[in-house]
Write a protein that binds this ligand. Structure first.
Ligand SMILES: Nc1ncnc2c1ncn2[C@@H]1O[C@H](COP(=O)(O)OP(=O)(O)O)[C@@H](O)[C@H]1O
Ligand SMILES: [Mg+2]
Length: 239
């Protein structure tokens, strides 16, 4: 079976800083993989590399066996960035944000058709934001903003969803909504790679775990990843 993501010997540098060093892993289709590592361990850089938004010093990324550019072009991959990297003052409504997920399917005119509006309505419904659709994105809570971006990925109908810290700064209600949704998306055959600091939720949610610290310390099922020794390696503390 072709891997949803295949990363081979990836090294990424920002000037003098080596953010990722010889990173290799595969993500199996229709699974939820948790990407765990302390701040600065390279999680966001890994997302940017998988998307093709940063140029690696070495190594290669494949998405469903194609280049990341081809995967983006065919709407195979959706990316929900970390909240810190989004400009929340940008004057767009929740509906506009979700509609952005359809841009790649609209052609040059960017004029939404019936199918686009229907996909946006369905995605808003799934994340429970129908009533807030005309609100400005900046006026939402952290959890509602995350749900809006997840809805953008759903509207895009991507097979692979890359979620950078979907639970950070999120209230319990939104976390539960997102968790249920991710399980449904997996059941539909979609593949999810999510980074999180919420280790407690990992065994129930994730099929597979990658422990990252500039390179891959470990990849395997949650019960093997979340041992005291391995967590000490990844986070530098005993839990
Ligand atoms: N645009 C950038 N320019 C320079 N250094 C960066 C940049 N982005 C990240 N870094 C550095 O790369 C390392 C990994 O950062 P990052 O990928 O954001 O980790 P994480 O998401 O796990 O916190 C850190 O040392 C960080 O300071
Ligand atoms: Mg990050």
């Amino acid at each position: 079976m072709t891997a949803a993501i295949s990363v081979e010997n990836l090294t990424v540098r920002y000037g003098e800083v080596t953010a990722l060093s010889d990173v290799s892993f595969k993500v199996t289709p229709a699974t939820i993989t948790g990407l765990l590592g302390m701040n600065g361990s390279g999680k966001s850089t890994l997302y940017a590399s998988v998307m093709g938004l940063v140029k690696p010093a070495a190594g290669r990324v494949r998405i469903f066996g194609t280049s990341n550019g081809a995967a983006r072009g065919s709407n195979a991959v959706a990316y929900v960035p970390q909240s810190e990297s989004v400009d929340w003052n940008f004057p767009v409504s929740v509906r506009d944000v979700v509609l952005m997920g359809r841009y790649g399917r609209m052609g040059f005119s960017r004029r939404p058709r019936r199918a686009d509006h229907d996909a946006v309505d369905a995605a808003l419904e799934r994340v429970g934001l129908t009533d807030l659709a005309s609100r400005s994105i900046g006026a939402l809570s952290g959890g509602q903003r995350k749900r809006a971006f997840v809805a953008r990925g759903i509207a895009q109908d991507a097979r692979l969803l890359l979620l950078d810290e979907p639970f950070a700064g999120v209230d319990t209600g939104s976390e539960a909504t997102i968790t249920v949704l991710l399980r449904e998306l997996r059941a539909e055959g979609r593949t999810i790679l999510l980074s999180t600091h919420d280790l407690g939720g990992v065994p129930e949610l994730c099929d597979d775990v990658i422990l990252l610290h500039r390179h891959v310390l470990f990849q395997g099922p949650p019960h093997e990843a979340l041992t005291p020794d391995r967590l000490a390696l990844a986070f530098g503390v005993r839990s």
